[in-house]
Design a protein around this ligand. Sequence first.
Ligand code: MF3
Ligand code: CO
Length: 273
Amino acid sequence: MIHIRSKDEIELIRKSALLVTATHVEVAGFLKPGITTLSIDKMAEQFIRDNGGVPSFKNYNGYPYSLCISVNEQVVHGFPGDYELKDGDIISVDCGVYMNGYHGDHAYTFAIGNVAPEVLKLMRITKESLAKGIEQAKDGNRVGDISYAIEQHTARDHGYGVVRELVGHGIGKKLHEDPQVPNYGRRGDGKRLKEGMVLAIEPMINLGRREVYTLDDGWTVVTNDGKPSVHYEHTTVVRKNRGEALSDFAPIEKAEQANKELNSTYYTPAEAV
Ligand code: MF3
Ligand code: CO
């Protein structure tokens, strides 16, 4: 069953989603080559708890950390650990917060230092595809309209691999609710959308082929071909004319820019390339 959330409930979901955004802002300022992914997880968990939230992922189906941190060819559900970030990596950071009875869930892929232009383009196109999906999250549309928009911009327009094994989802009192929101599909297919439904829309897009597998840890999903993968996600409410993201990329982008200037020694000046 798909819930229609009241105005008050949506504001509570927004609060949780914006604490996730604030956590990503902290992460953005923390990133530099040499730090471990476990240190990011520890910092983020403390930040969430200091702000009155609980990390949604910790202990969810036995997941052992607060964040999922997926490096390069890792698609999603990567374990934070002793891996040290290095120049040219990308990391997809997925974070959920539970507060006041409601969850927020959103993900962001960060560049570490000098990332290959084709990977930066994959990041841009995936972020754009999320915006196009959100545009379709309007009353009267169907789930397939969101799916189609994402697949169109990534697979058909740019030849990227759209991961099929994992999907977006309804979100609210539980982290995962109905309906499933695939990143591929046909216009007009699937459940009808109504104003007040809240969906986590989350394209997972591969530079190469779409096939993935899960590592022996039982969680980490990686690309078959070893090429990089990107993940952006917003907690989104269905509205009359277009979806509204309850989480927010703008402050994260600002923090990314500030961190880039602060750590400019890690970046090759443009004229030297
Ligand atoms: N955003 C991801 C999802 O919706 C993260 C889940 S990680 C888990 O599936 F650990 F909570 F499973
Ligand atoms: Co999600």
